[in-house]
Design a protein around this ligand. Sequence first.
Ligand SMILES: [Zn+2]
Length: 313
Amino acid sequence: MRSASPEDVKKAYRELAKAVHPDRSDDPEAQARFQQIVDAYQVLSDQKKRQAWDTANPVQAAKSAATDAARRIAPGVMEKAAEVVGGVVEGIQRRWSLGQDLRYTVDVSFSEACLGVDKDVAFEAPVRCQDCDGRGQRDGQRCGSCQGEGVVLAQRRFRITIPPGTTAGRLTRIPRGGTPGAKGGPEGDLTFVVAVAPHPLLERDGHDLRCQVVVPITTALAGGWAPVPTLEGTTRIEIPAGVETGQVLRLTARGVPRPKGGRGDLRITVDVELPARVSPEVRRLLEEAERADPEGMVPRSTRYRARWGETND
Ligand SMILES: [Zn+2]
């Protein structure tokens, strides 16, 4: 085995830095990982510290060189970086590459996102061949299980926990859960993204839910009951007599669960529906009633007309 040249280390560092650069990743640990690699590279590019590389095992030497330096810089943290750098050196010798990141969309209903749910997902994706550990070769022969590719297609299953109050775009990341790299290269990351189907009637407003309920004029006049959607299915709400368009009724604790207990409310905005068509007879009755009792039939219109009269005088 020959040890990696400074050019090899430089090239590997560049590839690795590109792959984990925080600008290209929304992983909160990306910054830390990137810094680890930068630090490890500084150790490896220092000729004096690389003396050990001319030994029989350059991978081990690279690891210990990085680890020794790491202990001084940040004890306990840098072992991982040493492992990465060691892996890169090994990878150069075997010509592997980093695997692809995988992104999988988890579709949930509006209610599931609000109340929380465990979602079982399954999909077919390439995984490392177990028989040759992804090398494509076994005992000097081409691996028959993966036809020398180092990867095989397999059914992958996950249970993704969607906590109550989840919004669209929530990420669950499984480091190294993605596609294996070529020739035994490390896997990319696997990320699950939550997609929330819209509800035909309900809308979220923080932990509260909002909806509109259309009420026939007869119910608005006399009071009654109207069906309203909730996260748990349809329920009924009492409509007080004389309710007006825009009035907000409230079902307490029927909204989205809060992390520390309790739930938001369901706020229902009333929309009183006027008749689209009235018979001449009904119209005549309404007009008669209005003339007889304008304050009772159309109090706001009456007040409005009075004020309008004042401004014109
Ligand atoms: Zn194989």
